[in-house]
Design a protein around this ligand. Structure first.
Ligand code: FAD
Length: 315
């Protein structure tokens, strides 16, 4: 069987989740050919991060100067048709899932995201932020899937042949692309890398209610995060959201202020070494996961912690 894997890359360096997806796809190829595709706005002679594939196809187009999910999907769909691929795979990253979802729409195929094992049309995949594994069967002649990042080890491949093609893209493909990047509101400390994250939920009450959380974060050199209730209310941007549909973090300390601890939120912070919950409700679900808890009004407790830190530092 012929398999095709979409590889994400930064300037020709393929990322680990893509190599893992290529490894999963390779295991399905049997004696067939394993192909991969990268999208670039310039010719690439070679890729760093050897994927376990026979041939890497570089789709070259100006549209790929920035992230353009529909354009990448059109290139994948075109190449899959040319190769007669019966498995089309990609990394189960935010972008990988988005691109492959576009491929599914273009080819009218279902997409199995975040797979950890595949045998024939039987897939095992991660659901609900990692809280359960689902087994499903895909009936279609072409299996479209993404591989759950870091669920399997990427195999190294030999140097693959590199071929270049220019995909025929529709006007619609060119309309959907990143045109501008703005900095996050976390004052330079990235949620991904922060050792401490001070996060607020609906209990913060308003956008202004985050002032005391920002102050505490500043004292601790922490990033500010939030729950989806907060982003839905428009109090903070989506880039600050922690959870299943936000950023997944693993700080040394996660300070959750006015956050109930819904499964979808905990999916994003369960990698934290320690959780301090500040909540008015001693029955809040987050207390089951918390290492420390302070029960009370965050608008009193958070400023009191900041004041205590200042006093300790000046003393
Ligand atoms: C498909 C899907 C994906 C989702 N993805 C995410 C996600 O990525 N991230 C996410 O966060 N959610 C996500 N959700 C939403 C999630 O289910 C919850 O609705 C959300 O996390 C609740 O946010 P919250 O804890 O801020 O609000 P609430 O659940 O309303 O909790 C507010 C908490 O604040 C406490 N509180 C109130 N006032 C104070 C005060 N003055 N001082 C101290 N404590 C106070 C309350 O006791 C309560 O525990 C998703 C939902 C779905 C269906």
């Amino acid at each position: 069987m012929t398999v095709l894997t979409y590889l994400e890359h930064a300037d020709g360096t393929v990322d680990e989740p893509s190599l893992q997806a290529a490894t999963l796809a390779r295991s399905l190829a049997g004696d067939g050919a394993a192909h991969a595709m990268v999208a670039s706005n310039r010719l690439l002679q070679r890729l760093d991060g050897a994927a376990p594939v026979d041939t890497v196809h570089v789709a070259v187009h100006d549209a790929f100067a920035s992230y353009a999910p529909r354009a990448v999907a059109e290139a994948i769909a075109e190449l899959a048709g040319t190769l007669g691929a019966t498995v089309v795979a990609g990394p189960g990253t935010e972008r990988g899932n988005e691109v492959l979802a576009h491929v599914g729409a273009l080819l009218d195929l279902p997409l199995a995201v975040n797979c950890v094992a595949v045998t024939g049309g039987d897939v095992t995949r991660v659901r609900w932020g990692g809280s359960l594994l689902e087994q499903a069967h895909v009936e279609e002649p072409t299996l479209l899937l993404t591989a759950q990042p870091h669920a399997l080890t990427a195999e190294a491949g030999a140097e693959a042949a590199v071929e270049t093609f220019t995909p025929a893209l529709s006007a619609a493909a060119l309309a959907l692309r990143v045109v501008e990047r703005v900095g996050t509101s976390t004052g330079g400390v990235s949620l991904d890398d922060a050792k401490v994250v001070v996060s607020g939920g609906r209990g913060a009450g308003s956008a202004e209610g985050f002032a005391s959380l920002e102050e505490l974060a500043g004292l601790l050199g922490a990033a500010v995060g939030c729950s989806r209730a907060v982003t839905m209310a428009g109090w903070r941007p989506h880039t600050d959201q922690v959870g299943q549909t936000g950023t997944k973090i693993s700080p040394e300390l996660y300070i959750a202020c006015g956050i109930s601890g819904a499964t979808q939120h905990m999916a994003g912070c369960k990698g934290a070494k320690r959780i301090l919950a500040i909540n008015a409700d001693r029955e809040a679900p987050i207390l089951q996961s918390a290492d420390y808890a302070v029960i009370g009004d965050l608008h009193e407790i958070v400023p009191a912690i900041s004041a205590a830190i200042r006093a300790a530092r000046s003393g």
